[in-house]
Design a protein around this ligand. Structure first.
Ligand code: DON
Length: 318
């Protein structure tokens, strides 16, 4: 039994024992070889399935890391969380709600269904909703929009980041389903005619390279009400953190969202490259990276690690 994480802004981490706890957790699941790496985007299929890392960063900037935490991979759907925050900052809650809902679907991440009544995509965490959100990003042209988005990610991460051009091209060449959704949403007035630009930006955000440590810092920034706990930079307006975490809580794990909330009880987001971020508000950001996925597209080791941490420290919100 390791020492408890206290529920206030200065968590009483006992660094030695918590680091040991993470190392044990890593060893517990290191040899679990269930699942398969994502293959629907050819470039993603090339990843080493053995890669595995766990990182935790506290809101006062303590860092715990184990495994392949420097290994770069593409952010994929985890990017949707942060772009949603950017859209909220640029347009406000009410306008964004007219373009993308906040209802879980119980469907796969690439579901093409729109809300029958409002014609909106159900939520910003599935592909359709994320494309609608991305289409809201402002800028005078595609380059400015991309640069503004990269700047936003950099505020969370604290250093320069890049788009992996091979993954971007692979997404772009194979993304017919996303293209189909975008046309459907244009038909219903949910996005404007700049479909190819919106899709390119969406494929680019999915192809931003990060490591597990970067993701933990992004999660910790949300846990810290939008302020990066290492650099002190304001990454997102605190008034939208609640919106972001609410949508992560109900929709972040796709059609596993219900079971996730039942067992882990924390806002989270997964991506098909194998990352999962979890936010413990006012305490810590957690990131796990392991590219072996289950049928829902969630990292198998990632889910197990988060279930264990939540259980061990009593982090379930209820
Ligand atoms: O739209 C796509 O196909 C992807 N690039 C988004 C992937 C993703 O991570 C969805 N989730 N698990």
């Amino acid at each position: 039994m390791v020492d408890e994480i206290k529920c206030d802004r200065t968590p009483q981490f006992h660094s030695h024992s918590f680091q040991e706890y993470l190392e044990d957790l890593y060893l517990k699941y290191k040899h679990l070889h269930e699942g398969a790496v994502a293959s629907y985007i050819p470039e993603l299929a090339k990843v080493d399935p053995d890669l595995f890392s766990i990182c935790v960063i506290t809101v006062d900037g303590q860092v715990y890391q184990v495994g392949d935490y420097n290994q770069l991979f593409t952010m994929q759907s985890i990017s949707k969380v942060f772009v949603y925050g950017m859209a909220l900052e640029e347009h406000g809650r009410d306008y964004v709600l007219t373009k993308v809902g906040v209802e879980p679907t119980g469907e796969a991440f690439n579901s093409i269904i729109l809300d029958e009544r409002s014609k909106r995509p159900y939520n910003p965490m599935i592909n359709a909703g994320a494309i609608a959100t991305t289409s809201l990003i402002e800028g005078s042209g595609p380059t400015e929009r991309l640069n503004r988005m990269l700047d936003m990610f950099q505020r969370y991460i604290g250093h320069e980041i890049f788009v992996d051009i091979s993954v971007f091209m692979s997404e772009r060449t194979t993304g017919h389903r996303n293209r189909g959704m975008a046309h459907l949403m244009l038909n219903f007035g949910m996005i404007d005619e700049r479909i190819d630009e919106a899709l390119d930006l969406y494929f680019q955000q999915c192809s931003v390279m990060v490591n597990c440590l970067d993701l933990a810092l992004m999660a910790a920034t949300l846990a810290n009400n939008g302020v990066n706990p290492i650099t002190g930079e304001h990454a997102v307006d605190a008034r939208y953190v609640r919106d972001i975490l609410s949508v992560m809580y109900t929709c972040g794990m796709y059609n596993f969202a219900g079971e996730w909330v039942y067992k882990v009880g924390l806002p989270a987001k997964s991506g098909v490259s194998g990352g999962i971020i979890v936010i413990v508000p006012n305490q810590i950001g957690i990131a796990v990276f392991s590219p072996l996925l289950d049928a829902n597209g969630n990292s198998i080791r990632g889910i197990k690690v988060c279930e264990d941490i939540s259980q061990e420290f009593g982090l379930h919100l209820f």
